[in-house]
Design a protein around this ligand. Structure first.
Ligand SMILES: Cc1cc2nc3c(=O)[nH]c(=O)nc-3n(C[C@H](O)[C@H](O)[C@H](O)COP(=O)(O)O)c2cc1C
Length: 278
């Protein structure tokens, strides 16, 4: 990715209020070119659609329950229903979200406040696929709507949990301190800034001598659901931030799913994948 990783991640925030004008041809072309080059480390084929609701002769009615104002274009992500499919969707879409941010465009991940049926139909999602989320993409309006400001306040969207609640050393209770992490401080710090549904920040990482193991904390309601959905997308997004930072620093390693490492983990933690160093 030829954009500054830290600066772009720090610049990204959810935009729910847009200037009512379509994407320029130039921005659209850049966005599509970037989209076509995106891969993911989980080896899952991810499709990202660009849906334009207004350029069609008949404007399409694809609602977001009034949460998004003024946007005419949306990105939508579709993956096969496979192990690590949702993580791959989160990873790939976030890479495009960050590139859009770099272009000066606004985005907002949406997994709940959308007319799911209409978007699913528009993208012709098959029964053996998932369409976990969409995002508007467009030019941010100068001012946020009152509803948007209230939503941000309720979810404390500008805040993130501290390191000691997210990152652990060798076991599930010893906080990982930046001094122990060496070259990986920036990657973990940028992971921490990732967006997540309701700003829940469900990702947890346990570092040992060889690897960083990624877990998702699953709420009570989702515990019955196997695999738990939205937290897996969130953890794919977090992996994208981590990986972009690691690649920028040329740190060697790869993602893999190891034998489930959940024995002794706090209630609700689900092991997803690991970043193996070297
Ligand atoms: C997977 C995912 C799903 C989300 N779904 C919604 C949604 O349905 N509606 C909404 O208004 N915001 C949604 N958000 C946006 C989050 O509320 C937002 O990312 C979080 O509050 C942090 O704020 P920030 O993105 O400005 O950093 C979602 C975010 C993610 C990552």
């Amino acid at each position: 990715m030829d954009f500054p990783i830290r600066e772009t991640i720090e610049k990204r925030h959810s935009v729910r209020t847009y200037a009512p004008r379509p994407l320029s041809e130039e921005d659209k072309e850049k966005l599509l070119r970037c989209r076509d080059g995106i891969t993911n480390p989980f080896g899952i084929p991810v499709t990202i659609h660009l849906i334009e609701t207004e350029s069609a002769e008949q404007p399409k009615k694809l609602g977001t329950y009034g949460v998004i104002k003024g946007a005419g274009s949306f990105l939508g992500v579709v993956v096969p229903q496979a192990l690590l499919g949702l993580e791959a969707a989160g990873y790939a879409m976030e890479e495009l979200v960050l590139y859009a941010t770099h272009l000066g465009l606004g985005t907002c991940w949406l997994a709940a406040t959308l007319n799911r049926e209409a978007f699913t139909q528009e993208m012709q999602v098959r029964d053996d696929e998932w369409m976990p989320a969409i995002s508007p993409v467009g030019y941010p309006a100068e001012k946020r709507s009152l509803q948007e400001r209230m939503m941000r306040g309720t979810m404390k969207s500008s805040q993130r949990k501290p390191w000691k609640e997210l990152f652990f050393h060798e076991d599930f209770s010893t906080p990982l301190i930046p001094e122990r992490v060496g070259d990986y401080v920036e990657a973990l710090e940028l992971l921490r800034l990732a967006p997540s549904a309701t700003n829940a920040q469900p990702w947890r990482v346990v570092m040992d001598h060889a690897a960083f193991h990624f877990y998702a904390v699953v709420g009570k309601a989702a515990l019955a659901e196997n695999p738990p959905a939205i937290q897996r997308v969130d953890t794919g997004i977090a992996a994208c931030h981590f990986h972009l930072a690691v690649k920028e620093k040329d740190l060697a390693g790869h993602f893999e799913r190891q034998e489930p490492r959940s024995s002794g983990a706090p209630e609700g933690w689900r092991y997803l994948f690991s970043w193996v160093k070297g």
